[in-house]
Design a protein. Structure first.
Length: 72
């Protein structure tokens, strides 16, 4: 039987991925999660939608590498 991961599990994996990427890519300032995961109403079959703005984009400096509707 397959089990769909919870929204919290998916977001935690996304956060860990973004942290690893930020450690190796100084130009990575922010990763945004939006859509159903950002609103915290994701369910079975929900897509994970990310926004990775270009370096120097407004709002990225000094930010936590993962941001979304539930601000991790």
């Amino acid at each position: 039987m397959l089990r769909w991961p919870s929204s919290a599990e998916v977001l935690e994996q996304a956060h860990q991925w973004a942290q690893r990427q930020a450690a190796g890519h100084a130009e990575l300032e922010a990763v945004g999660v939006f859509g159903s995961y950002g609103r915290d109403d994701a369910g079975v079959g929900s897509l994970q939608e990310w926004l990775i703005p270009p370096a120097g984009a407004d709002g990225g400096a000094g930010a936590d590498p993962v941001k979304g509707g539930n601000h991790r």
